[in-house]
Write a protein of this length. Structure first.
Length: 672
């Protein structure tokens, strides 16, 4: 049942019962001779609740609420009567505009499901919605100071947020973004450890390992050994893995031990005492430390950490970081692809080849649908350095997950020894690297992003084995315990192998001709690892072609099972002067935006500047391609700052500068 658009479950049950679902306001309106329910009628209803907040306010002002209702009726100059519409009940038809505005405010307050509408909230909205004549009546008749009433209402601790919904599930909307991150980690790790029951230890573990969370920041501030603390919590929960199949992460009341339910209830009361809308990390930590079994307090003391100092840091310094945007972008697929084409210069065929994959991933994520237990997509980007492989991965993250920052980059040259697997997925308990797996921790922190494995051919075979499982099963084992899932990730591998051959093949993709570029790539893949691949690659008529040389290079470096687990292999063409000129225009716009934001200086340039930068990068940094353009633009910073310093020494300020070509060099000059 809804009350003026507010679900009944969002309202305090005691308040619903005392006000007959706010329908009593219609009777008060009729009693006072009105035909529409006004906020003042709601005030009378609240004032008639014995022991309620409004009743205490009327009592402190020595105004019997029924006498005030009679004054409302007498003010109208008529005897009390029942208005036919008001007596019918409270709805949009019987409420006046001010009452509808009160309930619109209340709908906004409980829209996220975090707030329980108790008397304090309703009374606050009613007092703010009173008509001026009703305020005058209170002030004249009862000598009421409405500002003091509002302050008294605001000073009352709000009712604790409902921790569990009517279905028994944990009401995650009742928690702050930082606390929700802790809950997500708790659920994922409990499922990975096959815990069918959730207790206080798994919540403590989640708080300690939460990236950028309260415990991490407090340890850095106080100089505590965070890495050692995390190892201890992983040992605390990791040694109790259950047997059987993997369980789903469930945050339900009946799946929690009494100790954990007590922690959540205490955290909710702590948030209410702070008059907070949501349960924050600080409330969870305080409830853990003050839990009856004393587990968290004893744990911190045993590891050399003063829990009181953690709580003081939370009260004095800690501020939750804004949550990362891990949702799916809501923009249309066509608009996203158009944006992709504008931002990936010189790689038209790359955009067209990735377009169907992008559409499938975006639409699948939006509906929560996927094909099998694999990552959303997996690609191998090949081509010369500076052709845009890393940029493409970041653009994919922007289109699919909302931000270029949703890209986790692995320099695979760092994982080229047998021991490096300990830092890729983590080491077993007791070994260096336990709990320090970069891949597993990355999946723990945010599994909805692009994972970029740069120069994958440099990785050790054991690291590639873990990567193969990730591509095949969408999951990887963390030796610390939990199974890390990657079902909502996009995987991008890059390689510079065969750069010259890829460049030649890639150039043909960007030039019109009778051959279909996609068909060239497909033919390359089907002949690379087939039963007759070696014979085909070594045929005399193809021995000197780039395709044959490329097949030999890739076959020597990549296993067939790795290629077979990819959705596509994408070739990046080498960039020429025309493409570098377009990239220069993009980089100049970014340079101008940064300069305006950081120095309050407007940067403009003459029409020949982008072409000059592209030509300069082509001549002086051909192996760097797009990176060379960026470095050429960055080289403009010192002369720009020198110009600003020189003009300020003469007592003037430069607000506009002009970039121009002076001979064979770029020059920066004041512009007005």
């Amino acid at each position: 049942m809804d009350i003026m658009g507010i679900p009944a479950r969002a309202v305090d049950p005691d308040l619903l019962a005392a006000t007959d679902g706010f329908g009593a306001a219609a009777l008060v309106a009729a009693e006072t001779g009105a035909v529409r329910v006004e906020p003042v009628h709601l005030l009378v209803v609240l004032g008639r609740i014995k022991g309620g907040l409004a009743a205490s306010l009327f009592a402190s002002a020595r105004i019997p609420v029924d006498v005030f209702a009679a004054a409302l009726a007498a003010r109208g100059g008529q005897s009390p009567r029942f208005g036919t519409q008001a007596a019918a009940g409270l709805d949009d038809a019987t409420a006046n505009r001010a009452t509808r505005a009160v309930f619109a405010r209340l709908r906004g307050e409980c829209a996220d499901g975090a707030a329980v509408l108790d008397e304090r909230r309703v009374l606050s909205a009613v007092l703010d919605g009173l008509h001026v004549r009703d305020r005058e009546l209170l002030a004249r008749y009862g000598r009421v100071d409405l500002a003091a009433w509002r302050d008294a209402v605001a000073a009352v601790p709000q009712r604790p947020a409902a921790v569990f919904g009517t279905d028994g599930a944990l009401a995650t909307a009742a928690f702050s973004p930082g606390a929700r991150t802790v809950l997500r980690i708790m659920a994922a790790d409990a499922a990975g450890l096959r815990h069918t029951r959730l207790g206080a230890p798994i919540l403590l573990h989640a708080m300690v390992v939460a990236p950028g969370g309260l415990v991490e920041q407090s340890c850095h501030f106080s100089g505590y050994d965070l890495a050692a603390l995390r190892v201890q919590t992983q040992l605390l929960v990791g040694g109790r893995s259950g047997a059987g199949e993997q369980v789903e992460p469930v945050l339900a009341e009946d799946a929690m031990e009494e100790s954990l339910r007590h922690v959540f209830d205490k955290a909710a009361k702590g948030a209410a005492h702070r008059r907070s809308e949501t349960i924050a990390e600080r409330d969870l930590l305080a409830a853990l430390v003050d839990s009856p079994n004393g587990l968290a307090a004893a744990f911190f003391r045993d590891t050399g950490i003063d829990p009181a100092k953690l709580l003081r840091y939370a009260d004095s310094y800690y501020a939750e970081q804004p949550p990362a945007d891990t949702g799916v972008r809501s923009g249309g697929v066509a608009e996203e692809l158009a944006w992709f084409r504008r931002n990936l210069v010189g790689q038209r065929s790359v955009v067209e080849r990735l377009a169907p994959h992008i559409e499938g991933v975006k639409r699948g994520l939006a509906r929560g649908f996927r094909f099998g237990d694999r990552p959303r997509a997996a690609f191998l980007f090949c081509g010369p350095s500076g052709a845009g492989k890393t940029l493409t991965a970041r653009l994919l993250a922007k289109m699919v997950y909302g931000s270029e920052a949703d890209t986790l980059v692995f320099e695979m040259g760092q994982f080229n020894t047998r021991e490096s697997i300990n830092y890729f997925v983590g080491a077993p308990p007791g070994y260096v690297g336990f709990g320090a797996g970069r891949l597993t921790n990355g999946l723990r922190d945010n599994p909805r992003r692009v994972f970029l494995f740069d120069e994958v051919e440099k990785a050790d075979s054991r690291v590639l084995d873990a990567l193969l499982r990730l591509l095949d099963e969408g999951a990887v084992n963390d030796p610390a315990g939990p199974l890390r899932e990657a079902y909502d990730t996009m995987i991008v591998l890059t390689s510079n192998l065969g750069a010259a051959e890829f460049a030649e093949l890639g150039r043909s993709q960007n030039e019109p001709g009778p051959d279909d570029p996609a068909a060239q790539v497909d033919e390359l893949l089907t002949t690379m690892f087939g039963p007759e691949a070696a014979a085909r690659a070594d045929r005399p008529d193809g021995a000197d072609g780039p395709g044959a040389q490329l097949r030999r290079t890739l076959r020597a470096s990549f296993r067939p099972e790795l290629i077979n687990r990819l959705d596509d292999v994408v070739l990046f063409a080498a960039l020429g002067p025309d493409e570098l000129r377009e990239i220069a225009e993009v980089e100049l716009r970014r340079f101008a935006e940064r300069t305006l934001a950081g120095l309050d200086v407007t940067v403009t340039w003459r029409a020949d500047v982008p072409a000059h930068i592209g030509s300069l990068a082509w001549r002086s940094r051909p192996e760097q391609a797009a990176r060379g353009v960026r470095r050429c633009v960055d080289d403009l910073v010192p002369p720009l700052l020198r110009l600003l310093d020189d003009t300020e020494e003469t007592g003037r300020r430069t607000a506009r500068v002009l970039l121009m070509v002076d001979g064979d060099e770029l020059a920066v000059a004041a512009n007005g």
